[in-house]
Structures are given as structure tokens and as C-alpha cells.
Design a protein around this ligand. Structure first.
Ligand code: SAH
Ligand code: SF4
Ligand code: F3S
Length: 498
């Protein structure tokens, strides 16, 4: 067999990892370096699996947003390449939690489950535990894990996830090479300007996929930890994005979700700047791609050009997630959102005028420091005026290190809870009324999976992102079919093939 020295290889995506020359030094450039370590980790996993007398399994658990979900697909792509097979529970040989830290309860969930992982590990000598994602970018978290959770083998953050193969190789050496638990493999970077292309990804769905168009965030909303844990905003080159989508389409994908914390500021810092609207025009041209979604849109940067593109487009779904956060201009100012109530409402008016059928969804925070009853009523007022198709409502969570955490007048818990319940009730009533409005219509549905409760049904989504259940078999999965919406049951529909 001819062994390949990856320092001189082109198109590494095509290389059989079992033919990589591991006696040659690791390449010092990406992505070749990571393919080298995939091959190396693969040799370790093969040895361990021979010892165990069975294939080694992995299990990933994702917390948080769509960015994290996409990152987990990258982790899985690498794990499968290094020879782990998917497991269906945490009783696996490698368990990795991809964490979120946007609200306190996201953190607590992770600590809660680590104890359970430790008990599983005591029963399995081949088990290794990893932690990555946004929580790991907080020094206090990593300190706590180093002190109290020594059984964790591998910790890395958001900026160096592209190095997962290399870190996994190290962790396997550290965990199984010496005395177990003696060395934790920890690598956290404060920030990066690097974007590594062409690493393997394993999609959860064969027919739809998230696509990162940018990373990080520069907005520093005063309550939000994301800019601290995801670093500065950087956009991918449009040609890389288009190339990725073309490959996805060739592989059966018909719907993409373009991902960024603030897609409306896409491309501003590219060597050759390009607007998000221009990027959408390019994506629209890709043959075979049928649906385009994106998230998240920051109201301050949503341009008339984008509205025009949405109006003209045949592929962009009639859905816009437009986080409000608060309806009070005073609170919005303190949140550093850089728009006010009037601007937001005008924006909604413009969008609805251009795309009358559009579904609008939002995020709202209740109990931001200093929020008065009057401020809260402004939020309710916007909710009533806009009539969101659905809304994610959050209780303000104090994130250490953000400006809002140091603000006086934190709102008492019982007051926040009472407002939260009122908001939720309003949001749900409006959402139910909006959903009812589509009953009887026939609309395209992308069928995504078999219904989990009822084998005779499949489940899919309308362009506006609403869920529809309809009778049908698995041959429909991954297809866009016309469905008559027979009945609305609150937040989802029962339909039938038209
Ligand atoms: N980039 C997106 C939001 C990402 S975080 C945007 O700006 O729209 C997702 C949501 O979590 C936010 O929209 C906000 O509503 C909520 N969130 C963020 N920080 C929070 C905090 N400290 N407490 C409660 N909710 C928060
Ligand atoms: Fe957080 Fe604001 Fe950035 Fe969204 S835009 S991630 S809320 S700082
Ligand atoms: Fe959470 Fe990180 Fe997303 S903090 S919401 S997983 S960017």
C-alpha cells in the first residue's frame, strides 16, 4: 500500500485515513493537520476497540442555539472519521457535552449531569468524557471543573473546535497512555480570527442543513454573554459558503439555514465587503436548492435591500425571526440594542407590506434591570401590535462580566415571574389565533421525520416554520409536498396530502 504524507497532499477530503503516513511529521497547516490527527486518533481507537472486543461508541449532547447544533455536527463528523460509532445514550465510550452559557440554568444542567456521567464511567474503563462550547470560555467554569470534576478528560472552547481531532488524539494519549485521570487535556483560546474550511461534518438530516455564514458577535447587548464566549464577528468568504451549499445540494440537501448571531451585518469586514442581501441573491441561484432560511436578524441592521430580496425571492421562506428583547425604548437603550420601539414597529410594517404572508417570531427578555411596570406594558403593547406567530420568552439571567450584571435595580424575582406569566399568556393567545388563520389552506411542507407518537404519521414544516403532522410513510421524508391544513391544534396542524 502507498502511504500518504499529508504535508504534500491536496484535496484531503478525499483521502482514505487508513493510508495516511503517521511516521511523517504532522503538517503545520490546516485542514491537512487535522486530517493527520484524525488518522492518528483512528489508530488509537482501533487499538482500544480491539482491547474492548467491540466497536467504541460516542454520544454528543448539545445545549443552546443552532450554532451549537451545527458545531456538534462537526464533532460527529470527526468522531465517525476516527472510528467511533454512534451510541444512543450516555452509556457510551466517549461522551461530549457541547455547552451553552447564555442563561444560568443552561450551566446548571451541565453540572447536574456530570455526576451521572461519573457513575457511568466507573463501570466502563474505556469511557472518556469531554466538554466544549460556550461555557468553557468562562475561566471560572474551567477552574471549577479542574477542582471538582477531575474525571473529565478533555476540555476545549468555541474558538478551537476546528482542532477537535488533534485534541482528541492528545486526550486519548493522556487518558489511556498514563494513569487514568492524571492528566486533563485542556485547551481554551481567548479569541481567534481564524476560520478553517473543509473539515468533515455529519448532518443530522440528509435533506436540510445549517450553514455558518459568520462567527462571533460585536454587538455587546448589555445582558448578553455571547460576544465574550464567541469572540469578535468574522464572516466566511462568500465563495466558501456557496461551495459548501453546492456540495450539500449535490449530497441531497434542499433546505439550508444560514447561521450567524447577526446575519444582517454579514460581510462588513470581508476584504471585499458584501451585504447579507447580496449573499442571499447568490445563494438563491444555486440549482436544486429549494428553501433558504436564516437566523438571527438584528433589527438595527435589517436593511431595505434585504426586505427587497425577501420579496423577490422564490426560495427564502416566509419567516423572519426578529428579536425584540423589550418594547420599552428606555430599556432597549440600556440593553444597548441600538433601536427603539418606533423603529422596530416601522420595520415590521415595512416587512409585512413587502411580504404579506410572512411569519414573525421573536425573543423577549422579562425583568431586565430597572424594568418598571410601564416598561413591561410597552413590551406587551408591541406583542399585541405585531402579533407574533410565536415568541421565545426568557426571564432575565444575570451573566457575570456583562454590563447589566453590575446595574442596580435588579428586578425582584416575584415581580419578574408575574410579568413573565402575563407575557406568556398574551404570546400564546396571539400565536393560537394566528395559527388558526391558515386552517383550510394548501401549502408546501418539507417532510422531516416519522411522527414520534404515531407511526402512521409523518411530521414536517411549512415555509413559515410551523409544524404539520400528516398521514404518510417514510418515503415522504426529505420531500416537499403540498398539504391541505385540515385542523389547527394550537401550535401545530393536522394535514393531508393535497
Ligand atoms: N444573536 C441573537 C440572540 C442570541 S441569544 C440576537 O441578538 O437576536 C438568544 C436569546 O437569548 C436572545 O435573543 C435573548 O432573548 C436571550 N438572552 C440572551 N442573554 C440573556 C440573559 N442574560 N438573560 C435572559 N435571556 C437572555
Ligand atoms: Fe447577544 Fe446581542 Fe450579540 Fe445577540 S446581538 S448574540 S443578544 S450580544
Ligand atoms: Fe448558548 Fe453559545 Fe449559543 S452561549 S445560545 S450556545 S452561542
Amino acid at each position: 500500500m502507498n502511504f500518504i504524507d499529508l504535508r504534500f497532499a491536496t484535496d484531503v477530503r478525499e483521502i482514505d485515513l487508513d493510508t495516511v503516513d503517521l511516521s511523517a511529521p504532522a503538517p503545520d497547516f490546516e485542514p491537512n493537520r487535522q486530517y493527520y490527527f484524525m488518522a492518528k486518533a483512528r489508530s488509537y481507537v482501533r487499538e482500544l476497540s480491539e482491547k474492548a472486543g467491540r466497536p467504541l461508541t460516542f454520544f454528543t449532547q448539545t445545549f443552546g442555539c443552532q450554532m451549537n447544533a451545527r458545531d456538534s455536527e462537526k464533532l460527529i463528523g470527526i468522531l465517525e472519521n476516527i472510528g467511533y460509532v454512534p451510541g444512543d445514550s450516555e452509556a457510551a465510550d466517549f461522551v461530549i457535552y457541547n455547552t451553552c452559557t447564555v442563561r444560568e440554568n443552561a450551566n446548571n444542567k451541565v453540572y447536574g449531569r456530570l455526576g451521572y456521567l461519573n457513575s457511568l464511567q466507573k463501570k466502563n474503563p474505556f469511557m472518556m468524557i469531554g466538554l466544549c462550547g460556550c461555557m468553557m470560555q468562562e475561566p471560572s467554569v474551567v477552574e471549577k471543573i479542574k477542582q471538582s470534576y477531575r474525571f473529565v478528560s478533555l476540555i476545549f472552547g468555541t474558538h478551537n473546535i476546528y482542532k477537535f481531532a488533534e485534541l482528541m488524539t492528545l486526550a486519548l494519549e493522556n487518558t489511556f497512555g498514563g494513569e487514568k485521570g492524571s492528566t486533563m487535556t485542556i485547551d481554551i483560546w481567548e479569541d481567534t480570527d481564524k476560520i478553517v474550511e473543509d473539515l468533515p461534518v455529519e448532518r443530522k438530516y440528509s435533506f436540510k442543513s445549517g450553514v455558518n455564514i459568520m462567527f462571533g458577535c460585536n454587538n455587546f447587548c448589555s445582558y448578553c454573554i455571547v460576544p465574550y464566549v464567541r469572540g469578535r464577528e468574522r464572516s466566511r468568504e462568500p465563495k466558501e459558503i456557496i461551495r459548501e451549499i453546492e456540495r450539500l445540494v449535490a449530497d441531497g440537501v434542499i433546505e439550508v439555514m444560514l447561521l450567524g448571531q447577526n446575519v444582517n451585518s454579514y460581510g462588513k469586514n470581508l476584504p471585499q465587503p458584501m451585504s447579507f442581501a447580496e449573499l442571499l441573491r447568490e445563494v438563491e441561484k444555486i440549482d436544486g436548492l429549494e428553501r433558504i432560511r436564516f437566523m438571527t436578524s438584528h433589527p438595527k441592521d435589517l436593511s431595505d435591500e434585504l426586505i427587497a430580496v425577501m420579496k423577490e425571492s422564490k426560495k427564502i421562506c416566509p419567516h423572519l425571526h426578529l428579536p425584540l428583547q423589550s418594547g420599552s425604548s428606555r430599556i432597549l437603550k440600556n440593553m444597548n440594542r441600538r433601536y427603539d420601539k418606533e423603529h422596530y414597529l416601522k420595520l415590521v410594517e415595512k416587512i409585512r407590506a413587502a411580504v404579506p404572508d410572512i411569519a414573525l417570531t421573536t425573543d423577549i427578555i422579562v425583568g431586565f434591570p430597572g424594568e418598571t411596570e410601564e416598561d413591561f406594558e410597552e413590551t406587551l403593547d408591541v406583542v399585541k401590535k405585531v402579533e407574533y406567530d410565536s415568541a421565545f420568552t426568557f426571564i432575565y439571567s444575570k451573566r457575570t462580566g456583562t454590563p447589566a450584571a453590575a446595574m442596580e435595580d435588579q428586578v425582584p424575582e416575584d415581580v419578574v415571574k408575574e410579568r413573565f406569566d402575563r407575557l406568556l399568556k398574551e404570546v400564546q393567545e396571539i400565536a393560537a389565533k394566528k395559527a388558526e388563520g391558515l386552517t383550510g389552506r394548501t401549502l408546501p411542507v418539507l417532510v422531516e421525520e416519522r411522527n414520534r407518537q404515531d407511526e402512521t404519521l409523518v411530521t414536517g414544516r411549512l415555509g413559515n416554520n410551523s409544524v404539520v403532522h400528516l398521514p404518510g410513510g417514510k418515503d415522504l421524508i426529505g420531500k416537499i409536498v403540498n398539504v391541505r391544513l385540515k385542523e389547527c391544534r394550537g401550535f401545530y396542524y393536522i394535514g393531508e396530502l393535497a
